[in-house]
Ligand binder design. Structure first.
Ligand code: NAI
Ligand SMILES: N[C@@H](CC=O)C(=O)O
Ligand code: NA
Length: 818
């Protein structure tokens, strides 16, 4: 025999009741059933509101009551069709009776718990009769059983305590044998004087497990509108999944803090009797649901030590602190007694061993009252300054990780705090009981979703996500997007890493899609930006989204974007950038970035700032961090300038080569940034700063190849059109150098904190003269690499190699985050 309980959501309409009837009929084929029903969805709330209005002497209760009558009337007419009249007559009688009760409450303007319990009982009495009659007329003989005849309680009317012994006996007698399907009212019971009581909100679950335990049911199934206990609230954690099996204790831990699938009290009767409970979805009955039993069976349970996460969205933290608390027995006792006296429920408690402070989380609605009564209780100590005024911290949430197997398993809290820390979630208070089944944390409400998602991913999922927000949709960004698109599945398979491009923006348009932009058609998702905040709007929205493992990737050449780095880092958002205007920006910006980075848990990587995808910055830092001393860094660090002279050597014309460099994606958005030497100079500036020199851009000696007349305001296109005026000069210059066995190249050098870039004649056999295409050449002369310098050489510009370098930086950040 099984006991089935259907919640209000499962019977909220005629169609849903008929669906439930189908489930019952199907299951009856394999085992006898006892069915428990809640009130029809929302009806208990409507009854409570009606009663409250009547109690306040507000005649509007009649309209509410009318609403309740017509809700049930509609369902009856739909279910019973032409046979509805008998049921409608009965409904009319019930409503008249209820109206009398409410009228009394209205006249007296007094709503006692006893009257409220009576009013609320109509919800289950109505639903039970409707469901049982419907079963009956649709071919399954059934009868309505009023639980008041079998469940007896004390006289605490709205949260009554069950007399288990007497109840057990009555249940036995009533259900010793039954040949028609019993449909029992959930939630309600009777007091010793015969008045109606109820078992507290959600009490129908309790009715079901009391019946199940007394009748030695083989299982108790709670039918609801979700597939079972989720590993976290699916509304907040999209990747949450149904937990196949959990223990009774875990179910209680999970249902205490917010997971509203099951009333925690309901677990006790079946736990004692060792009867499994199952949570099932009446709208998805094929799903196995969650089985709650003695031990979570290994095979089916999710791997790992943590079973589930829960959260309470709004709590307030009260702290009682003061130097006069340590070593004074009785303070805690007075604190708790005082709160208990005022019926203030404590959700969370924490006291550190210094005994200087006790923190409590309570519901926000009780905070002011709690502060007031505690300050009265400790008035003397506060006056004598042994205890401080009670501090109240609002806008907080409580998150808990729960699991049987956390007991004696080192590393769970380490993993928990590490994940939160890397995501910049500040933990305000912590509590873990010695049963080690639950670690509860109080955090800022704004961080709740982020915390739940990163902790959930860390404990439950083999696939870890990073959310990438790209700025810029030009050459580098385009290559990056296509590299991520092509390589994503491999990363998922081989590294268990999902690189989700959650945002894109350029100067005019943007798109934010936390679940991931379709990278095949990313153009279509870009929408014009409405606000005039510039990129600030995008950055603000990224911060507001507050997704876990967020990386902003800068593929622009914009100063405005670079100026956002400090704020991003302070918000614990990591940055990977190809844009040099941060690291080579004014010293003040550079300092701000470095300061923000030091105080942040986020990462900031910029390998492509120098030599594009070539390992220049990482190589330099490896040398430096391992104790080598850099004597000199020299070579060619401009892909564009390298390309120009490599092509001139083959006989090309200057202006045409520059055009080709631009078309090949080597140049800066404005090629004058390359020809002026500025881009090269910035790279040496960055390397100099890496070495600890306080350099400004102006400190770099820089020779410009932009002809004087072309330096003014003009578009890159106009500039290119006018550039041919200097083609002949280069032809002559190359010829003159060649006549001496030399060639010209644009090179740079950083030595003793001094940097310079410019044109130079070099022998034809020198390595610089042997470069091809956009190749860069970086020569590190160090104490260790003195006779034979360390050389990094390869293409130093272009979409694919640069995007590859940015992608590698993203993956470095990801491997830190996940
Ligand atoms: N092209 C190359 O070989 C290399 C480029 N880089 C750097 O990569 C960056 C991008 O270069 P490319 O893709 O070649 O340039 P690009 O001109 O093709 O693309 C720049 C993109 O940034 C966007 N953008 C500019 N200002 C913006 C703002 N304020 N807000 C939002 N979006 C803005 C533009 O709309 C455009 O989509 C530059 O900083 C460059 O120095 C670094 C290494 C190599
Ligand atoms: N425009 C740059 C691109 C790399 O930073 C160059 O030409 O080197
Ligand atoms: Na590089």
């Amino acid at each position: 025999m099984r006991v089935f309980k259907f919640g209000g959501s499962s019977i909220a309409s005629a169609a849903k009741i008929s669906n439930v009837a189908g489930i019952i009929r199907r299951e009856l084929k394999s085992t006898p059933l006892v069915v428990v029903v809640s009130a029809i969805g929302k009806v208990t709330d409507m009854l409570a509101e009606t009663a409250a209005l009547a109690g306040n002497g507000d005649a509007a209760y009649r309209d509410k009551l009318e609403g309740i009558a017509s809700l049930h009337g509609g369902i009856i007419r739909e279910l019973f069709g032409t046979e509805a009249s008998a049921e409608e007559t009965w409904l009319g009688e019930m409503m008249a009776e209820l109206n009398d009760v409410l009228h009394g409450v209205f006249l007296l303007r007094e709503l006692s718990d006893k009257s409220l319990a009576l009013v609320l009982s109509y919800g289950e009495r109505l639903s039970c009769r409707i469901v049982s009659r419907y079963m009956h007329v649709s071919g399954t003989p059934a009868e309505c059983v009023d639980a008041r005849s079998v469940i007896v309680t004390d006289d605490n009317h709205c949260f009554a305590k069950v007399d288990r012994l007497a109840t057990g006996k009555l249940i036995h007698e009533r259900f010793r044998s039954f040949d028609v399907l019993p449909v029992v009212t959930g939630f309600i019971a009777s007091a010793p004087d015969g008045s109606v009581t109820n078992l507290g909100r959600g009490g129908s679950d309790f009715t079901a497990t009391i019946l199940g335990a007394a009748l030695h049911a083989e299982e108790v199934w709670i039918w609801t509108d979700v597939d079972g206990f989720y590993s976290a609230d699916p509304k907040r954690v999209p990747d949450a999944r149904v937990i196949p099996e959990i223990s009774y204790a875990e179910a209680m831990e999970l249902s205490h803090a917010g997971a509203k699938v099951l009333h925690p009290l309901a677990v006790q009767p079946v736990m004692k009797a060792g009867i499994p409970l199952r949570i099932k979805n009446s709208f998805n009955p094929e799903k196995p649901g969650t089985r709650i039993g003695i031990e979570a069976a290994g095979a089916e349970a999710l791997p790992g030590t943590v079973t589930g996460l829960t959260s309470i969205n709004h709590v307030v933290l009260l702290s009682l602190s003061g130097s006069g608390m340590a070593g004074v027995p009785g303070t805690a006792s007075r604190l708790f007694t005082c709160l208990a006296r005022h019926s203030i429920n404590i959700i969370f408690i924490s006291q550190a061993s210094s005994e200087q402070s006790i923190s409590l989380a309570i519901a926000p609605g009780q905070a002011s009252m709690a502060k007031k009564v505690l300050e009265e209780e400790f008035a003397r100590e506060i006056e004598e300054r042994r205890i401080d005024p009670v501090s109240v911290r609002r806008n907080l949430a409580m998150v808990a990780v729960v699991g049987n197997k956390m007991l004696g398993h080192p590393g769970v809290s380490a993993q928990l705090f590490e994940t939160l820390g890397k995501n910049g979630v500040n933990v305000i208070a912590v509590a873990q009981g010695a049963n080690e089944m639950n670690i509860s944390l109080v955090i800022d409400s704004a961080d709740e979703n982020k915390a739940l998602n990163c902790v959930h991913e860390s404990f439950f999922l083999s696939m870890r996500k990073v959310h990438v927000f790209i700025v810029g949709t030009g050459t580098i960004a385009k290559s990056l997007i296509s590299q991520i698109r092509r390589h994503r599945a491999t990363l998922q398979k081989e590294l268990g890493l999902d690189v989700v491009v959650a945002g894109l923006a350029n100067t005019r348009s943007m798109c934010i899609e936390p679940a991931g932009i379709d990278l095949e058609h990313w153009h279509d998702s870009l929408k014009p930006r409405e606000s005039h905040e510039g990129i600030g709007q995008y950055i603000r929205l990224i911060q507001e989204r507050n997704l876990h493992n967020t990386i902003v990737v800068d593929c622009t050449a914009s100063r405005q974007v670079a100026e956002c780095y400090p704020a991003l880092l302070r918000a614990n958002i990591s940055v990977a950038t190809a844009n040099k205007l941060g690291m080579a920006g004014p010293w003040d910006l550079y300092r701000k970035i470095m300061d923000a980075l030091r105080s942040s848990n986020a990462k900031f990587l910029y390998e492509t700032n120098v030599g594009a995808g070539l390992p220049v910055i990482n190589t330099l830092n490896d040398l430096k961090n391992s104790g080598d001393k850099i004597v000199c860094i020299e070579g060619v660090l401009s892909g564009t300038l390298s390309f120009i002279f490599n092509e001139l050597r083959k006989g090309g014309r200057f202006s045409e080569i520059v055009r080709k460099a631009k078309e090949s994606g080597y140049t800066e958005p404005d090629p004058r940034d390359d020809l002026s030497g500025a881009d090269f100079a910035r790279k040496l500036l960055i390397l100099g700063r890496e070495l600890g020199y306080q350099l400004e851009y102006a400190d770099v000696e820089c020779q410009s190849l932009v002809p004087e007349p072309l330096r003014g305001e003009m578009s890159p296109a106009e500039f290119l059109d006018q550039l041919s005026s200097i083609d002949d000069w280069y032809v002559d210059e190359m010829a003159s150098a060649a006549s001496e066995g030399m060639t010209i190249a644009y090179t740079g050098e950083l030595r003793d904190g001094k940097a310079k870039v410019g044109l130079k004649r070099v022998p034809l056999e020198s390595p610089v003269a042997g470069l091809n295409g956009s190749e860069n050449l970086v020569v590190f002369t160090t104490e260790r690499y003195l006779k034979t310098p360390l050389v990094v050489k390869g293409p130093g510009a272009g979409g694919e190699v640069t995007a590859g370098g940015v992608f590698a930086d993203i993956l470095r950040i990801a491997s830190y985050l996940v």
